[in-house]
Write a protein that binds this ligand. Structure first.
Ligand SMILES: [Zn+2]
Length: 117
């Protein structure tokens, strides 16, 4: 799990468009295929985003990863684990707990495991 959290944090560091909090997310099958779906947070919104616009136009990394997996025809998330992580300015893994809105989405989708830094 540490391996995936580091990979998620690195993805966020590279691809997040957020200046302060650069979150990355990975959705990976719990067993078998190691295909990964990546996501990063960004300063925009899109229909279906669980985070309401009054909280700021933000797409969370985990939702971005869910969108990407859905586009690649993943429909049953119960066989997948979700990893969300970010590096702080000090280069260490820092809190990346999903927000309450993503948390609701994550529960509805029924991920097998959810891990965050
Ligand atoms: Zn969120």
């Amino acid at each position: 799990m540490q391996k995936q959290l580091i990979a998620a944090a690195e993805y966020g560091q590279r691809f997040s468009q957020h200046d302060t909090y650069r979150h990355g997310a990975i959705i990976e099958r719990a067993t078998g295929s190691k295909t990964r779906y990546y996501g990063s947070n960004s300063l925009k919104t899109t229909p279906g985003s669980p985070k309401p616009e009054w909280k700021g136009k933000t797409i969370c990394a985990e939702f971005d990863a869910v969108l990407r997996a859905s586009r690649e025809s993943v429909t049953d998330f119960t066989k997948y684990n979700l990893y969300v992580a970010r590096y702080g300015k000090d280069g260490l893994l820092r809190n990346s707990k999903p927000c309450m809105w993503c948390d609701g989405l994550i529960r509805r989708l029924g991920f097998k495991g959810v891990y965050h830094s």
